[in-house]
Write a protein that binds this ligand. Structure first.
Ligand code: ZN
Length: 388
């Protein structure tokens, strides 16, 4: 998908987003390149660019001269034009990182706290945000993004059981985050945040269609289509952990039996039988893991499945190593240019994606002017001013 601008004066905030996203996704570009890519006049692009340069968000660099005439100037994001704090909360604890506009992580910190209550968690978040802000005392901190496990608003699945934030139902997360951080606050499902991080700064860069499989305390995932997460009617599409893959299998707190994440997740890994090694566990879950990959491929037809998450890198690598030989699916093609399954071992994708949400949310406010709000947008808890 190519984002297109609109040549109407009242559409300036929308066009600003389009121009920024164009540079963020496509890399350094000239005013003419940008105008051609997004369908705006060069004059409109120049006005927006001047504004963004004045505010220090963009840098223009004149290229080395080749032949006669002035070489064009290319525009790039100013890495130190702003910073955002990304936070990941899981049933294990809270982590935070400070990211610049180029996606570089400038520092991170973590606090272990099993199944933190909202009060305990927000106290920790307040401390961590202060620590991260102190890393760039004179810098412009744009906002804070928080990633948390889903699914959301589902009876029997949300905020129930060991892989969720048990007891968090009804907590006004965004308001409390704003209160403790004193910053513009944004929230997302951990799978969506991590998928964005992988797409913007990781193994998903340059892959238009990929399914991001998030190996967390539970198991989730998100289909990324042209850089945009596929969300479904209520924002929970791709939450694969509760697919009942094993008829009559292990009981799940959701009320069903044989759910995928009862077998494939950090929760399942940490509950493996005493004495079972990592290699033995991987061998045991390989058939289930491969069934999950086949299911994802047949449903979404992705260019690749990217396996990442907060699991240790060597566990991700061991699982991906089993996919050298995979059963057939619609993805078993002769003309593939990427492996069917790719490892993403950067555990920081969740925090990067969460920070990226804050950057997008502040710098590129979403303004829907091409479509009227429909049911999906209203029901999706994260559609309001959020996400790529
Ligand atoms: Zn379940």
């Amino acid at each position: 998908m190519v984002l297109r601008g609109t040549n109407q004066e009242q559409a300036r905030p929308y066009n600003r987003r389009i121009v920024l996203e164009c540079i963020r996704n496509g890399g350094p570009a000239t005013r003419g390149d940008i105008a051609a890519r997004v369908g705006l006049t060069v004059q409109t692009v120049s006005t927006i660019v001047r504004e963004l340069e004045d505010q220090n968000y963009l840098l223009s660099v004149r290229e080395a001269p080749k032949g006669r005439g002035l070489p064009p100037t290319t525009l790039r994001l100013n890495p130190d034009g702003g910073y955002a704090v990304g936070i990941s909360i899981t049933p294990l604890g809270v982590e935070a990182a400070l990211m610049n506009l180029a996606g570089d992580m400038l520092g991170s910190a973590a606090r272990s706290h099993a199944h933190a209550s909202p009060n305990a968690a927000f106290a920790l978040i307040g401390e961590l945000v202060a620590e991260m802000r102190a890393l760039r005392q004179d810098g412009r901190i744009l906002g804070v993004g928080l990633a948390m496990p889903g699914p959301f608003d589902v009876q029997s699945m949300s905020f129930v059981g060991p892989t969720t934030l048990d007891g968090w139902a009804g907590v006004p997360v965004r308001a409390r985050l704003e209160e403790v951080s004193k910053l513009p606050a944004f929230i997302a499902a951990d799978t969506v945040a991590a998928a964005l991080g992988v797409r913007l700064y990781g193994e998903g860069a340059g892959i238009g269609q990929f399914y991001y499989l998030h190996f967390g305390v539970g198991l989730g995932g998100t289909m990324m289509q042209d850089g945009v997460p596929v969300r479904g009617a209520w924002g929970n599409a791709g939450e694969i952990g509760h697919i009942p893959l094993m008829p009559g299998g292990r009981l799940c707190p959701c009320g069903n039996a044989g759910c995928l994440e009862r077998y494939l997740s950090l929760d399942a890994f940490s509950n493996r039988p005493d004495g079972q090694s990592q290699a033995e566990w991987v061998a045991e879950v390989t058939p289930i893991f491969h069934s999950a990959i086949q299911t994802i491929e047949n449903l979404f037809d992705p260019q690749a499945v990217v396996l990442g998450g907060i699991a240790p890198g060597e566990l991700i690598t061991d699982l991906v190593a089993t996919t050298a030989v995979l059963p057939s699916s619609i993805s078993a093609r002769y003309d593939r240019t990427t492996p069917r399954v790719i490892a993403s071992t950067g555990r920081q994708s969740v925090m990067r994606g969460a920070a990226a949400l804050a950057v997008s949310g502040v710098l590129s406010p979403r303004q829907e002017i091409t479509s009227s709000p429909d049911r999906a947008q209203k029901r999706d808890p994260f559609s309001n001013g959020l996400a790529a």
